[in-house]
Design a protein around this ligand. Structure first.
Ligand code: F6P
Length: 355
């Protein structure tokens, strides 16, 4: 098992769930530290037993460590002349995996890590994916773990900005994570009663943005809260990418919140301030929702391994708000399914129902 990409609240819960569920199958479990680095360097493959995962469900971060620079299929190697060569080390990953006598990999990660897992699967690695990212940008699952906690953290911050914005009659801009998608900004912005939400999916126009702020001041109370996803951009402009200074690391995004605050002051004359919430959104204890989802994903991943369903990712089935006829709605009572995955997860974690 490994964790890759940016950390997210709930990673440790998945790790615990995978370890306990696998041990309950009679298997041995090993954790690869720092993505694939621990395997490639040969110094980071650790045996995980019950005691290694005791008391970690509620902890943020990952006990295995993570990296968003360690793509074994595009491994950057600095050359003596200062240039960088990109190497494919997938054969080394497969060889190290076999040499250690490992039979299956549970890869916990977001978009980038699951791309790596998919390519390694194509090359013969028996892998099962678990969807992680606070950005919630994986289409195949209704939700990724970590997202709910990040939205809660962001909503708490927005709540707090209202009182200071109102006291000073200011525009408070808060920049939230979300490079290509605006899920955190959208959910937290709505929940936190923002006046404006800017997301990458909806390019904005400076004039209509300023107009909506003026209208809010006229309507009163005279202040505004503006939520900006880090990847949001004005119509006709590219995403606000700042290239990375770290070898092997993809582009980073920042600065749009500050720009929005400055421009709004210039266009409206209302004083503005900017807050970048940044990595606070990735930290802290996972909410109960994320813990449960992470534990369910972990147990389900072990189930897929047991059934030999490699090259797959566990996912929560999509659900929409629908119109349900009242008669249908009251026809049956919704009881806890005895064999549903939540009860099964609890059992796999060793929780008793007294039956
Ligand atoms: O976890 C995803 C994400 O939070 C993005 O929204 C953000 O741009 C990125 O990670 C930042 O990652 P880091 O600063 O760790 O490279």
């Amino acid at each position: 098992m490994n964790t890759g990409g940016g950390d997210a609240p709930g990673l440790n819960a998945v790790i615990r769930s995978v370890v306990l569920s696998a041990i309950n199958q009679g298997w041995e479990v090993f954790g690869i530290e720092r993505g694939y680095d621990g395997l490639l360097a040969g110094d980071g493959v650790v045996r995980l037993d019950r005691s290694s995962v005791e008391g970690i469900t509620h902890l943020g971060g990952t006990i295995l460590g993570t990296t968003n620079r360690g793509n074994p299929l595009a491994w950057p190697r600095p050359l003596p002349d200062g240039s960088v060569e990109v190497a494919d080390r997938s054969d080394e990953v497969l060889a190290a995996f076999r040499d250690r006598g490992l039979n299956a990999l549970v890869a916990i990660g977001g978009d980038g890590s699951l791309h790596i897992a998919s390519q390694l699967s194509d090359r013969g690695l028996p892998v099962v994916g678990v969807p992680k990212t606070i950005d919630n940008d994986l289409a195949a699952t209704q939700v990724t773990f970590g997202f709910h906690t990040a939205v809660q953290t962001a909503t708490d911050a927005i709540d707090k900005l209202h009182s200071t914005a109102r006291s000073h009659e200011r525009i408070m801009v808060v920049e939230l994570m979300g490079r290509h998608t605006g899920w955190i900004a959208l959910f937290a912005g709505i929940s936190g009663s923002a006046d404006v939400i800017l997301i990458p999916e909806i390019p904005f126009r400076w004039d209509s943005l300023a107009e909506s702020i003026r209208a809010k001041y006229e309507r009163g109370p005279a202040y505004a809260v503006v939520v900006v996803a880090e990847g949001a951009s004005p119509e006709g402009e590219d995403e606000p990418v700042t290239s990375s200074s770290h070898l092997g690391r993809g582009a980073r995004y920042h600065g749009m919140g500050e720009r929005v605050a400055d421009e709004l002051f210039r266009l409206t004359g209302f004083e503005s301030r900017n807050l970048v919430l940044g990595h606070l959104q990735r930290g802290g204890q996972p909410t109960a929702y994320d813990r449960l989802l992470a534990l369910r994903f972990g147990a389900a991943a072990v189930d897929l391994v047991a059934r030999g369903k490699f090259g797959c990712m566990v996912a929560l089935a999509p659900s929409e708000i629908l119109a349900v006829p009242l008669k249908e709605a009251i026809a049956t009572l919704k009881v806890v399914p005895r064999d549903g995955d939540v009860v099964t997860t609890a059992r796999q974690l060793g929780i008793s129902f007294g039956d």
